[in-house]
Write a protein that binds this ligand. Sequence first.
Ligand code: NAD
Length: 355
Amino acid sequence: NRDSCRVLVTGGAGFIGSNFVQYWCDRHPEDRIVVLDALTYAGNLANLQPVKDRPQFRFVQGDIGDRPLIDQLLAEESIDTVAHFAAESHVDRSILGPGAFVQTNVVGTFTLLEAFRQHYPTLSDEKGLFLHVSTDEVYGSLGPSDRAFQETTPYAPNSPYSASKAGSDHLVRAYYHTYNLPTIITNCSNNYGPYQFPEKLIPLMTINTLIGKNLPVYGDGQNIRDWLYVIDHCSALDAVIHKGKPGETYNVGGNNEVKNIDLVTILCDLMDELAPQLPVRPCRNLITFVKDRLGHDRRYAIDSTKIQTELGWQPSVTVEEGLRQTLKWYLDRQDWWQPLLSQEYQDYYRQVYEG
Ligand code: NAD
């Protein structure tokens, strides 16, 4: 019975994890939420500011690969639900340095699974869930007229990031079949919304319009992605935690396929409308095509019929509405993003976009 949960949220100081923690504390004030996060470059305690004083909430800084720490947390907090977000999550960084992706995404997930396998028998009947939050990128790239990814689509990852996520998905699946551990995998499309680190497409373009920098679009800009507002992802995970079936996989998407160049153009027009003072207007003048990403997948599209029909989940906002809210958030929260444009970030940026 998952009426009330004691949840370990790994990666809860990152983008989706912190939105999930805020969402969960608001919706389920009776639940315990313990965040474990290593606070890598992508983790940020400011993301948890809104919940940090809630009695139900605790933050622990640490690595998912630290087995003694995980064992201790699972036991002392009587954790029954693991919501596993912690990962190296950026494709461009995985091309520059794949090692950390294998370490955290594969070995780290393995360590968590082992710890949960040992802890699981201490839980009362009907309790226990290991929710593994993954990506649609594990399915590879689609042609223009191919069917959208279904839960049965074979895995064909093309980047070190997606390959490492695929590896972790396979381990999670195997722990259900081999050890009967109650695991569920969700594969979600591109998220956007508040608290997303500046390196990702939407915050990158938004912040660049605010500081008058070029908007670097890879290749011919015709790559297609499906976009989901992060709060809709959180509500999907809520449905999965409360109603999902162990051993299953659920695809989560927004049914919003957009070409990168179209997305950037919509974003530019919205910024022209929303931001009173911009260094360069119209923002479209900042669009610059740059050398394509290595191995750049052409198209992702996701079929979320299963979660919609079996668990009754629906996305709540359109891309236009979600984008508008997101851009307003970045306009209001310069105090949040300005400190993230560090020297390390500038060095990374030059390497990726300026060769
Ligand atoms: P993010 O990079 O914003 O956050 C990752 C968090 O994990 C950070 O807080 C970081 O400090 C933490 N972390 C990294 N390595 C760790 C380690 N070894 N131990 C403990 N904590 C560690 O990522 P995100 O965009 O919030 O993505 C969260 C999860 O959702 C990831 O598993 C990602 O693969 C998946 N996902 C993301 C998207 C997307 O569009 N962003 C889409 C589908 C799935």
